[in-house]
Design a protein around this ligand. Sequence first.
Ligand code: URA
Length: 230
Amino acid sequence: MRLDKLVSHVTGLTRKEARALIKDGRIRAGGALVRDAAFHVTPDVAVTLDGEPLGDAGPRYFMLHKPQGVISATHDGEHMTVLNLLDEPHVEKLHIAGRLDIDTTGLVLITDDGAWSHRITHPGRGCRKVYRVWVERDIDPALIDVFAKGVMLHNEKHPTLPAELVLLGGNECLLVLQEGRHHQVKRMFASVDNRVTRLHRERIGDIVLDPELEPGEYRPLTPEEIASVR
Ligand code: URA
């Protein structure tokens, strides 16, 4: 069977999405990295996604309330990482579905299910992320239209996708993004000559940061939360 067909079949992703995973170097067959979607796999060959056997039972899903000063990375020589906050076996098998900057707080989703996290992070999926933002100067209501139309960020070829801005008064707002470019919220406000002073992610898709979780705490996702990412 073709590799892209097998990956699509086992994960439930479309063929196109399966090809993207293969191209990104996340798929191995028989231990070897394969970037050719047409590669022929036989049933005796073990296929893995991000190191995890495809079709293996028991994927894990967590939400964590990220505090400031913690890095959204799996390893860092200098700072505490999000994975250091988890008291779980084989944390090295887990990855983060959508990183936050070191000074951003809030909702981080962690899993070993690469297909699931792909549905959150792939821009074509339009998974909405809600950020609470505080900026240096009061927000001009005209910015609602500007962000809804999309802004051109420095060194980018395409404007941002339509984003929803909800004014909360003064220098505070909610910003709803359907993509996750590098430092996107900070760069969007910089493009209109304002500066983010505090940033907190409240929600990803239908998954809301549990108010019971203090910064640094985490819990497994409920079956409903897991299933909400389609
Ligand atoms: N946008 C940013 O600028 N930083 C984050 O951490 C997340 C979104």
